[in-house]
Design a protein around this ligand. Structure first.
Ligand code: NAD
Length: 424
């Protein structure tokens, strides 16, 4: 019998959600009790206090975390989130999902995640730099090219990764680009990393539309969240010929049945930062996006966005999870029972980011840089392989697509742990 002695450290809705998903997957593949809990729970975590001198001379102490879920097959890998709702439990859940995702794609990484409780938009540029550098300074002995490699996530970007890489490099006394991915190209960032998650989402979506015999040019798309992932998903799907009929972000949404001009929307976002008042369509609320009749709905904001309340309202043929953990377990059940929506789970759908992060890490370690075509070709090849593996698992065991993706990821991590043995 499984007898985990686990503290309530991570306890939260989102951590319980990730644990429930793990339990279902572990049951489905009869994962032996002896391996369950150590495959399920994070290996270790660090909480740090980050005092920052503000521009008015005052000092604010921010709180940050780094959770490493699995280190059995290589360094752990996962983004750093700057957001006011960050909790240790959320970071732990996101670290778990990173483990299954890396494992599904066959990357030699375990999962990790980091976060700071802060609204980065309320900081000046220099305050943001101090916070980013301070975070790296505080976790400096916890991360490294061969132990844990951070990347951008919600609220962080290339510039922040550049500051973190610089802080780490100054500490070790030599340039160490492989300590973070998602860096500016000038510091060893990879071609294609910036757009990789969204372009990967779009690639997977068009492949699945193909399977359903839906011509991409007839597809309509609604996207929740118009940041890095949402914007690049919109751009790539529009380039494939789909019509983006609705987008939303934290400020509200916009709807245009004739199709939003994505390039104009991106231009607007560059200066205005939020989609509200964009004149390329009719203004809608964030909530009005869910019931839009469309071929593909892409949640690309935060976790737990599709709930028991709005899942029955969805009028899409496909739910393509750009965000991590966007669908609660209750909503997942409702969608499964409805049976009319193809779910492309996060573990498969948004892996483009970590795949190109892996390419960036490889390029940094070998000091040999690839051109964009090579990056994209290799990205799409790995996505095809992961999709084929998920579909084979789904067919073989009659699993849902989410269960198929998660069982592959979890089984591989468990196998690696089993092979290494229980130390000491
Ligand atoms: P981002 O900060 O660039 O964008 C987040 C977007 O979500 C913003 O437009 C924000 O306004 C919007 N948003 C927040 N709350 C919302 C709400 N209630 N309703 C509508 N919109 C809301 O972040 P990102 O990097 O695009 O990440 C988005 C999601 O994708 C996250 O779940 C993240 O973990 C996941 N993800 C990101 C990457 C990556 O490479 N950046 C990789 C894989 C997965």
């Amino acid at each position: 019998m499984s007898k985990a002695i686990v503290s309530s450290l991570y306890d939260s809705d989102v951590f319980r959600m990730a644990c429930r998903q793990f339990d279902q997957a572990a049951d489905a593949i009869n994962l032996p009790d002896a391996i369950r809990d150590r495959t399920k729970y994070p290996r270790r975590c660090l909480a740090v206090a980050l005092p920052i001198k503000r521009q008015d001379g005052s000092v604010t102490v921010f709180e940050g975390y780094r959770v490493q879920h699995n280190l059995s097959t290589g360094p752990s890998k996962g983004g750093i989130r700057f957001h006011l709702d960050v909790t240790l439990g959320e970071v732990a859940a996101l670290a778990m999902w990173m483990s299954w995702k890396c494992s599904l794609v066959g990357l030699p990484f375990g999962g990790a995640k980091g976060g700071v409780i802060v609204d980065p938009h309320q900081l000046s540029e220099s305050e943001l730099e101090h916070l980013s550098r301070r975070y790296m300074q505080e976790v400096i002995n916890f991360v490294g090219p061969h132990s844990d490699v951070p990347a951008p996530d919600v609220g962080t970007n290339e510039k922040i990764m550049g500051w973190m890489m610089d802080t780490y490099s100054n500490h070790v006394g030599h340039v160490e680009p492989a300590v973070v991915t998602g860096k500016p190209i000038s510091l060893g960032g990879s071609q294609g990393r910036h757009e990789s998650t969204g372009f990967g989402v779009a690639y997977v979506v068009q492949k699945y539309l193909d399977d359903l015999n839906i011509p991409i040019k007839e597809a309509t798309v609604a996207i929740q969240g118009f940041g890095n992932v949402g914007q690049h998903t919109a751009l790539a799907l529009a380039n494939y010929g789909a019509k983006i009929i609705g987008v939303s972000d934290i400020s509200g949404g916009v709807y245009n049945e004739r199709g939003i001009d994505v390039k104009k929307a991106l231009e607007y976002m560059r200066t205005q930062k939020v989609i509200r008042d964009f004149d390329g369509g009719e203004a809608i609320t964030k909530e009005q996006l869910f019931p839009l009749k469309c071929t593909v709905f892409v949640p690309a904001a935060l976790e737990r966005a599709i709930t028991a309340e709005n899942a029955p309202l969805l009028q899409c043929r496909m739910l393509a999870e750009g965000a991590n953990g966007p669908t609660t377990n209750e909503a997942d059940k409702i969608i499964e029972d409805r049976g009319d929506i193809e779910v492309i789970p996060d573990t498969l759908c948004n892996t483009g980011g970590v795949i190109v992060s892996y390419f960036e890490w490889l390029q940094n370690l070998s000091n040999y840089y690839w051109d964009r075509d090579e990056v994209m070709r290799k990205l799409f090849a790995l996505l095809d392989k992961a999709k084929d593996a998920v579909e084979a698992q789904k067919r073989k065991y009659k699993f849902s697509r989410r269960l198929a993706a998660q069982t592959i990821g979890i089984q591989r991590v468990a196998d690696a742990k089993q092979s290494r043995g229980l130390f000491p």
